[in-house]
Design a protein. Structure first.
Length: 728
């Protein structure tokens, strides 16, 4: 529906997003309109397009998709427009004087001969300049918005683009719409390409090809975690994306801005410059930590024995090696599967180091992982973001100029960190300190960019201790036993198990019914827990038993009547379980105790706390409350069911793993292993025997391209050339 009419009253404006509530009159109709608007004033004439929707709280509203400007065409409208507050120096009295003097031609005068304002009594030269400047700024903004809307750019994005370029919007976008990809957050290559196509820009334009090359690298990072790509792979992918020839891509690659090419083990490789510099910085800092560690003497047998006695445990040989190795070197990696005692080692290192008067800090990429450290060891741990004091934006309190006050830093679940936050962490570690990295090398690689744990282990010169023996106290757990069986290519055992079940179902509808019934009643009744303690995991998002559909079914089963609101394709209700899907360093949060800050991160879990006219508020598990305005809710997804990849770094009382309907390429051993190791009390696998067997025996792992291993070797040689090889 489209209406031509007038803005009668502006009820609410969010200046950050442009979300506006106003009263609008069109012909004989008078109604409430809501949506993303540019800077507008009461009295303005607009053409608005959208549809009427019923809001449970506020009633019927016209939800606006598109806004076009018209000029007021009557004296009262012009007067109200000028007095709206948009134009510095014009109040109601001055607006009336101007309109009384120029009449219906007022806006024409302002457009064509604005200097004539000086003819109006009370307007001197200085005030005339003020009014003209403000009027022209408003006019330029509207011209820019209209220009962008011609290319179907949503209003919210159009406002963001205008705020970046202001009066240069039209020339910048006309000259090279692909510039938006570099300058505007939220504009990707596909959006810019759509604009360029409508402008008639040739698909063989070098601007387009270079933007497509960089987009291919960035998509590789976002979708698959690659920090680089072999040049031949990049060319094939870019050629397919752009619909141009291989020769055109190859010809434009050397001149593509912010793309670095290098030879890695004889293979020409391309990387986004940001990723290359980040991994190069990581490698340099890790090598420096290994070479400049402060001497503190070896851990004695007596210290280790005293720790064992104090906590009533008996360490195996590898566990003792893990503890003592930290005293010998600057960087130590400790890796092992479930039940091999990684958390015991963390406690041992922290205990003995503190007895020696050393400052010890513990950290992990996620709040859930930090909580698990505390529950297992009694040691306080902070997320990496919180440890660094990440403030509004990308700023950190601790950095290379202001290092952390730490002698020993232990980071658990390190494979879940991306290269960007890991680089910030390394920069904040003072020279001479010790870094301990803990993780499970057999889990899936991080959903984020990079392959930190595998690359550090693979370089061969950073001390790595492999824990292999399962603790006696966990051998009764079929979860632990079966995790190790899966890892060795053996079918899990379910006979006689009280914490590990396999429900044989092949039909997708039967699987869906089983998931809902188990989550809602059967498992809660069996274990005397709430449905919130159950996490459903799946290999994929789409399909009848994919994450999206299972989420809808569980939402209707577990939270059928909460206050709800539709955000695009997503329906959220108060009380829904949700997850943050991207890192957002700008998101402002507040806790009940008054603490404030910014930053919510990919994988953070919480609940929809409230839904109102300002947006949707989410209460995260760590107590942070974050308001998501209407334009930002795409960062949130329902989380009754999540992908196995998204579950990494987390642990849940009960895991239900759904195998039905999955692509064979996803049915891998390490995906099954990762899912099983997310559970503390119970695992339920639902699927067919053939699917389970296929996963156990499929040890294929998707190649993740990264530069860290190569750069560690390269920078080690460089360091030794400059400073000598103290290992010789």
């Amino acid at each position: 529906m489209t209406y031509d009419g007038k803005v009668e009253e502006i009820v609410y404006v969010n200046e950050e997003t442009g979300y506006t509530v106003l009263y609008f009159s069109a012909d004989e109709e008078y109604f409430t309109a809501v949506g993303i608007f540019p800077l507008i004033a009461e009295g303005e004439l607009l053409r608005i397009t959208g549809e009427f929707k019923v809001n449970k709280k506020f009633g019927e509203q016209f939800v606006v998709d598109r806004v076009e400007f018209s000029k007021p065409n009557d004296l009262m409208g012009i007067c109200k427009f000028l007095a709206s507050g948009l134009f510095k120096g014009i109040g109601e009295k001055m607006a009336m004087q101007i309109v009384n003097y120029f009449g219906i031609d007022t806006l024409k005068i302002l457009d064509e001969t604005p200097e004539r304002l000086c003819e109006v009594r009370g307007i001197g030269h200085k005030k005339c300049i003020e009014i003209i400047t403000a009027y022209n700024a408003s006019r330029k903004m509207k011209e820019s918005i209209l220009f962008l809307q011609k290319y179907d750019i949503p209003m919210g994005l159009a406002i963001k683009i205008y705020r970046k370029y202001e009066n240069a919007t039209i020339p910048v976008v006309s000259d090279n719409p692909y510039q938006l990809v570099n300058d505007i957050e939220g504009v990707g290559f596909l959006t810019a390409d759509k604009i360029a196509s409508k402008m008639g820009i040739d698909k063989h334009s070098p601007f387009r090809i270079k933007a497509g090359i960089r987009h291919t690298l960035q998509e590789g990072a976002m979708q698959f975690g690659h920090t680089c790509l072999p040049v031949e792979n990049l060319i094939v992918a870019a050629e397919k994306l752009l619909g141009v020839t291989e020769e055109e891509v190859r010809e434009n690659l050397p001149d593509t801005p912010n793309v670095k090419q290098l030879s890695v083990d004889g293979v020409m490789t391309a990387a986004d410059a940001v990723n290359y510099e980040t991994e190069n910085s990581i490698s340099s800092k890790l090598i420096r930590l290994t070479k400049t560690v402060s001497a503190i003497g070896k851990a004695t047998e007596g210290e280790v024995d005293e720790f064992q006695k104090a906590f009533g445990i008996q360490l195996d040989e590898k566990q003792r090696d893990a503890i003592t190795s930290v005293f010998n070197g600057g960087v130590t990696v400790i890796t092992g599967g479930p039940g091999t005692g990684k958390t015991t080692i963390i406690r041992g290192i922290a205990t003995i180091m503190r007895q020696r008067g050393k400052k010890v800090m513990l950290s992990a990429p996620t709040g859930r992982a930090c909580k698990r450290i505390f529950e297992a060891t009694g040691e306080d741990a902070k997320t990496i973001h919180r440890l660094l004091g990440m403030d509004f934006g990308d700023h950190t309190v601790y950095n290379e100029m202001s290092p952390l006050p730490v002698d020993v830093l232990i980071v658990d679940e390190i494979s879940m960190a991306d290269i960007y936050i890991f680089n910030k962490l390394l920069k904040a570690i003072p020279t001479g300190s010790r870094l301990v990295l803990v993780g499970d090398k057999d889990q899936l690689p991080s959903v984020s960019c990079g392959n930190i744990l595998a690359d550090i282990i693979g370089c061969g010169f950073i001390t790595t201790v492999y824990l292999t023996e399962v603790h006696r106290q966990t051998q009764d757990s079929y979860i632990v036993t079966n995790a190790h069986r899966i890892n060795h290519g053996e079918i899990p055992v379910v006979k006689g198990a009280s914490d590990f079940f396999f429900v044989r179902k092949n039909d997708s509808l039967d699987i869906l019914k089983e998931v809902v019934g188990m989550t809602k009643t059967r498992i809660p009744n069996y274990l005397h827990i709430a449905p919130d303690d159950i996490q459903v995991l799946v290999p994929m998002k789409k399909g009848l038993v994919g994450a999206e559909n299972i989420n809808r079914e569980l939402q209707n089963a577990l939270n059928p009547s909460g206050f709800e609101k539709q955000y695009g394709e997503n329906l959220f209700r108060v009380g829904d379980r949700v997850m943050q899907t991207v890192n957002n360093y700008e998101a402002v949060w507040k806790k009940e105790d008054g603490e404030t800050g910014s930053g919510v991160f990919n994988g953070d879990l919480g609940y929809v706390y409230s839904i109102g006219k300002d947006g949707m508020t989410v209460l995260f598990e760590d107590g942070k409350k974050v308001l998501y305005e209407d334009g930002a809710t795409d960062e949130i997804m329902l989380a009754y069911c999540i992908s196995v990849h998204k579950s990494q770094g987390s642990e849940f009382p009960v895991v239900i793993l759904v195998l039905g309907g999955s692509s064979p390429t996803l049915m891998t051993r390490n995906l099954l292993y990762t899912a099983v190791t997310r559970a503390k009390r119970m695992v339920v696998i639902i699927g067919g025997d053939e699917q389970l067997s296929r996963m156990v025996h499929n040890d294929y792992t998707v190649k993740r391209y990264s530069l860290l291993g190569y750069l560690l070797q390269k920078n080690k040689s460089k360091f030794e050339l400059l400073w000598g090889n103290d290992d010789a």
